[in-house]
Design a protein around this ligand. Structure first.
Ligand code: CMC
Length: 391
């Protein structure tokens, strides 16, 4: 039979049981496997958090080292991937390139598709954890016209990402601890967020038993949009536009409130958080620290703070419970780190990777049925076919 109720945007529909991430939007609580995001951001590193999300427990030192070693053993991608990358125009958006390359990985690693045991799953997981940062770095380097090379096995996961992205030919790479710590924290804050748009996409694609890499590739496409992960790029573009416009935040506040104007205050509002986004609090503090440590004075940060203050006392935003979200401040840190604006959402994807993996693994191990929502049909009733020359 048909269905009687609709829930557009799944605002009130649970799609699965999950033991990974707990979120209380009213209270602003976010926990991975029971551990608060504040504590994890402060005390854990990204690889530990990835292990926690994917396998359910914080790793022992041995477990962490083995996980890292297995990932490092898989951190080379087929050289032919370079040719695919080089066939894209340099102007291509990095998210489209990353999604395509991630999908292409399937062709070079066919054994990652039919995973029916936890052992097969583990192999696919360390492969994508190893190869994804290479794709991220290459996407960046290709746009910059830099040689595409590999990482350094002596480095930590996040240190290696930065070196792969920023190393210049014929120059010694000097690691900046402030940047490493900041990126580590950002990646942790982005690592999972229960059944958001991209994660639901990963689960639904994976529910047809398409492979892990194809599912992740679909998640990257979902993350790209400005209402989801693409908001971090959109926030910075908005802040820059306000700056060029003489810093007139009031004008943009008015635009955001005008129902005839499609403009939204990017980085504000959240489907689930209705009092504050705990990630935004942590990031705001980190943004201040990073810019201070690097000695950067960024007028964009002042505009962001001004906008936030105005919105917090404006009845339009207060009544609709619209607060700064994780993306409002992340871009300011990325910018301070020298990451180009159109790479911001790629950094989000790098952080979200363990979450996507954990959710895909849980979905497969729980033997969830294929995802297949229903609809309310509102089209034409039965009609009789008319031949083309009689229409
Ligand atoms: N600026 C102005 N008005 C807004 C905004 C905004 N950023 N966000 C929501 N509203 C208004 C919206 O127009 C609606 O007003 P009304 O009730 O008068 O029609 C009301 O607030 C409720 O909005 P909604 O679109 O029904 O809420 P939603 O849960 O469907 O959307 C959202 C959530 C995040 C897509 C939305 O707030 C938004 O578009 N924000 C800007 C984009 C953004 O920052 N996205 C990043 C989200 S956090 C990172 C992530 O995990 O992806």
């Amino acid at each position: 039979g048909g269905i009687s109720t609709l829930d557009s945007g799944f605002k009130n529909t649970g799609s699965c049981e999950s033991a990974i991430t707990f979120l209380d939007g009213e209270k602003g609580i976010l926990r991975y496997r029971g551990y608060s995001i504040e504590e994890l951001a402060e005390k854990a590193d990204f690889l530990e958090v990835a292990f926690l999300l994917i396998f359910g427990e914080l790793p022992t030192k041995e477990q962490r080292d083995k996980f890292h070693a297995d990932i490092k053993a898989q951190s080379v991608v087929d050289e032919d991937i370079k040719r695919i990358l080089e066939a894209f125009p340099k102007s291509a958006h990095p998210m489209g390139v990353l999604s395509s390359l991630t999908s292409a990985l399937t062709a070079f690693n066919p054994s990652s598709v039919n995973v029916n045991s936890e052992e097969d799953m583990y192999k696919a997981i360390v492969k994508i954890m190893g190869k994804f940062p290479v794709l991220v770095a290459w996407t960046h380097r290709r746009k910059q016209g830099l040689p595409l090379d590999y990482g350094d096995k002596n480095l930590g996961y996040v240190e290696n990402v930065l070196k792969m992205m920023f190393r210049q030919p014929n120059e010694e790479y000097i690691q900046n601890k402030v940047l490493v710590d900041a990126l580590d924290k950002l990646l942790i804050l982005h690592a999972d967020h229960e059944q958001n748009c991209s994660t639901s996409t990963v689960r639904i694609v994976g529910s047809s038993h398409a492979g892990l890499f194809a599912s992740i590739s679909a998640g990257i496409s979902a993350l790209w949009g400005p209402l989801h992960g693409g908001a971090n790029q959109a926030v910075l573009e908005m802040l820059e536009a306000i700056k060029i416009d003489g810093g007139d935040t009031k004008k943009y506040m008015a635009k955001a409130k005008d129902k005839d104007d499609p403009f939204r205050l990017m980085g504000f509002g959240h489907r689930v958080y209705k009092n504050f986004d705990p990630r935004a609090r942590i990031i705001k503090k980190a943004a201040d620290e990073v810019l201070e440590d690097l000695g950067i004075e960024d007028p964009i940060l002042d505009i962001a703070k001004g906008l936030e203050q105005e919105a917090l006392k404006d009845s339009y935003f207060v009544d609709r419970k619209l607060y700064p979200n994780v993306d409002f401040y992340s871009g300011i840190i990325y910018r301070g780190m020298g990451i180009p604006t159109d790479m911001f959402t790629v950094m989000f994807a790098l952080g979200r990777l363990p979450g996507w993996i954990a959710q895909w693994k849980e979905m497969r191990l729980n033997k969830e049925p294929i995802g297949r929502p229903r609809q309310l049909y509102v089209g034409a009733t039965k009609r009789t076919f008319v031949e083309i020359d009689k229409r």
